[in-house]
Write a protein that binds this ligand. Sequence first.
Ligand SMILES: Nc1ncnc2c1ncn2[C@@H]1O[C@H](COP(=O)(O)OP(=O)(O)OP(=O)(O)O)[C@@H](O)[C@H]1O
Length: 375
Amino acid sequence: MSIEIRNVSKQFGSFQALRDVSLDIASGELIALLGPSGCGKTTLLRIIAGLETPDTGSIHFAGEDQTDVHVRERGVGFVFQHYALFRHMTVFDNVAFGLRMKPRKERPAESAIRQKVMDLLKLVQLDWIAERYPSQLSGGQRQRIALARALAVEPQVLLLDEPFGALDAKVRKELRRWLRRLHDELHVTSIFVTHDQEEALEVADRVVVINQGRIEQQGTPQQVWDNPASAFVYGFLGDVNLFKGRANDGRIHLEEGMQLDSPEVRHADGTQAFAYVRPHDLDVQRYAPGQALDAHGRPRGIVVQLERAIVVGPIARLELIPEGSTQSADNAAPEALIEAQIPAQQFHEMGLREGEMLVVTPRRMKVFLDEAAGI
Ligand SMILES: Nc1ncnc2c1ncn2[C@@H]1O[C@H](COP(=O)(O)OP(=O)(O)OP(=O)(O)O)[C@@H](O)[C@H]1O
């Protein structure tokens, strides 16, 4: 079942929660709505479900306007972050609930219900706990049961609101893979809301990034990651360092007095430039006086002090303070702190020590011009 969202806006009092949102979702797609807290993701999901009405705009399922269709008639299955399973019912009865509640003439026979519930429990790999009660399950098991329960009535559309939000990192990761496999098996058109970029990029066919009630960008995980449309998207998709400066002569002259070569700013002399660099795109060298100059004697790269190194597993995370900044990492303004990531092996081979002076140069960066681009 395809879903078309047409020019949807929603206001709560004077607060504009959604601003003219339009989105087409193909039948069988798995879409992630990704954005920070309060950006309007849940509101959009509730409008699709029919739990909330838009002020303007419309929702269509397979071309049919759903605006006046009641939530019960929309054929939508839900899973929420804290899905309250019925505590006094076994797992089996929880999953059977939606089927048993159907009007008599649509309700399957009890033997067919039994078969269906057991099939679903097998699908979520929990048929062995059919007779347990929710309090005897782990959080991850409860969410899988919630999903089985949502699927029992064969929804045309599955809506998941931070379904793994309350679980610990390891379980979340397992459930993510599991959700993807399940979706590949069932192909129910699914939309899930998350503020976790890793979750969205790993699970979804398409990611829709929302900011302040508007769609900032949509595309496959790869498209969005490789070509972020705005500084917001770039910053939201992963850790970034922001360097502010002014464009001149194909270089960004940073506030710290150093320069970064940047062909993107060649025709923008005098404009404010914002250079975003991912921690793993910073090249790290030991500093020697004079070394940070390029062939023309211009300062190159950024001279920093290694304030703290966190080496866990294969990655060394370096917290760096730009030269001239008198603050320590503990009270430095967050934007003053630079983070670099290098392989732990390189860190050990270089024999880096906290307190040393280093020079960092971006291998790759994304430049946005003018002030509106700031996160
Ligand atoms: N019924 C309501 N009445 C008033 N304001 C509301 C209502 N529902 C949502 N809002 C406001 O609309 C904005 C968007 O809320 P929404 O729940 O859609 O955000 P979200 O992106 O899902 O955030 P989160 O990740 O924190 O759940 C928020 O600022 C919220 O306070």
